[in-house]
Design a protein around this ligand. Structure first.
Ligand code: PLP
Length: 452
């Protein structure tokens, strides 16, 4: 990666055509002295992306989702048309309010929410989770019947890293409780970890690391008994689970139909196949939602209110999500969920059939993770799973690396239907090669997200 960064052919300050006026840089600002033409600029953008992973080819099992060229082009076009519109003020842009409300109504249906549920469109799963934690914190600050001195959230070790971010941003303690042997939340242990300062419990549908759905009903019952909120993180499953249930996949109860569930997060920029920057945070009622917003007049600019983290907020993601939801339709999402699920099961079967690999859990939805089988003689992993990932990367496949325990992670979406067989073949070859090495050098542990 660093070698590529130092490659002079990727230097964006390099003149495109030496001697052209557009190639001269202003020494103070670093900007071109004469602005680049549209064509030159677009050409440079294309050059810049030459080392990016090729997610539309189905070789990336993380970070990006693809329902085909038509839905993608529609998302891009809708985004382009509304990219300059500002959802900070929906009085000025009533179109964005209408689109937001229609998107929220569709998501409420997927979540089994009643007519009293209220939500907001947000920029992503992280913002949805930040806001759920912030709303719970402020709700209990205002609740005199249940004084809280130092708020905490009780959550399984499998819940997303975004909850840690929320805890750090809003000064709420995150109490992690180990998952059960089947990687699912341990409701009994979570109950034992709670105290009078517990404001929220968390369950995921499914959780990211091993792709299993937590026992939402058990966690919600514990939360209700404690008088605390229960957030269900359905960032991954909010769109797929309703369709998987219709396809006959056996699932535990996971949504607002469960008593005690007070808020849910659903990412439209994942299995909604919308453009990036699209998620929904849904609350059981308007009262809880009211603690999310922020309003002030304590400055010289007058009354200022905003629903979430952002101030100025592009209309692009809202328009793209609205357009893609309506274009794909119910039948589209059903077909996409079926495709992703079938591919997930094919991959799971291939991993199970390789004695040197172990599937961490039978996938409940469309995510799975696997590691090296244990060597019965040493009790250690039979091979270095990150070295397998390195070989896959060299063959153009991008998979997530995670731990503990050291594992590879696949988020399987509709684009993988056509590439899963080739992936399986390359996976078996890579495993073969790593297993044959005498004392393998460790593979790179990678990172889900990076700072820079
Ligand atoms: C992706 C994800 C998040 C975070 O969402 P972002 O859109 O990356 O901010 C949270 N929870 C789960 C289960 C996720 O899969």
């Amino acid at each position: 990666m660093n070698a590529a960064r130092n490659d002079p052919s990727r230097d964006t300050t390099r003149p495109l055509a030496p001697g052209q006026p557009s190639a001269v840089q202003d020494s103070a600002t670093g900007l071109p002295q004469r602005g680049w033409s549209v064509a030159d600029t677009l050409q440079r953008l294309e050059t810049l992306r030459s080392d990016d992973v090729r997610w539309k080819d189905g070789r990336v099992f993380s970070l990006a989702y693809y329902a085909g060229p038509e839905a993608h082009q529609l998302a891009t076009e809708a985004y382009r048309r509304f990219s300059g519109e500002n959802a900070l003020n929906m009085e000025a842009f009533p179109s964005l309010r209408i689109m937001q409300n229609e998107v929220l109504a569709i998501v409420a249906g997927w979540l089994g929410a009643s007519a009293t549920a209220r939500g907001f469109f947000s920029s992503g799963g992280t913002e949805s989770i930040l806001m759920a934690v912030k709303a719970a914190r402020d709700q209990f600050r205002h609740d005199e019947s249940r004084p809280v001195t130092r708020p905490n959230v009780v959550l399984p070790t499998s819940a997303h890293a975004a909850f840690e971010k929320a805890g750090a941003y809003f000064d709420v303690e995150m109490r992690r409780v180990p998952v059960r042997g089947d990687w699912r939340a341990d409701a009994t242990a979570m109950a034992a970890a709670a105290d009078d300062d517990t404001i929220m419990f968390v369950a995921s549908a499914p959780q990211y690391p091993q792709g299993v759905v937590d026992p939402v009903a058990e966690v919600a019952a514990v939360a209700a008994a404690c008088g605390a909120n229960c957030h269900v993180d359905a960032c991954m499953g909010g769109v797929t689970l309703p369709y998987l249930a219709r396809l006959g996949v056996e699932l535990p109860e996971w949504n607002f139909a469960v008593n005690g569930v007070t808020s849910m997060s659903v990412d439209l920029h994942k299995f909604g196949y919308a453009a990036k920057g699209a998620s929904v945070i849904m609350y059981r009622d308007a009262k809880l939602r009211s603690f999310q917003g922020f309003i002030t007049d304590n400055w010289l600019g007058g009354m200022y209110g905003s629903s979430g983290v952002l101030g100025t907020k592009s209309g692009g993601p809202i328009a793209a999500a609205w357009a893609v939801l309506h274009h794909l339709g119910d039948d589209g999402y059903l077909a996409l969920a079926r495709s992703a699920r079938d591919t997930t099961l094919r991959l799971a079967a291939a991993i199970t059939s390789d004695p040197r690999l172990v599937l961490r859990a039978q996938p409940d939805a469309t995510l799975l993770s696997f590691g090296a089988a244990t060597d019965p003689r040493t009790g250690n992993p039979a091979l270095d799973i990150f070295a397998v990932a390195d070989l896959l990367r060299a063959r153009g496949w991008y998979v997530d690396r995670q731990s503990p325990p050291p594992s590879l992670h696949l988020t399987v979406n509709a684009v993988h239907a056509g590439t899963a067989e080739a992936f399986i073949a390359d996976l078996h070859t890579a495993v073969e090669e790593v297993a044959a090495r005498p004392a393998a050098r460790s593979g790179d542990a990678g990172a889900y997200g990076t700072l820079e």
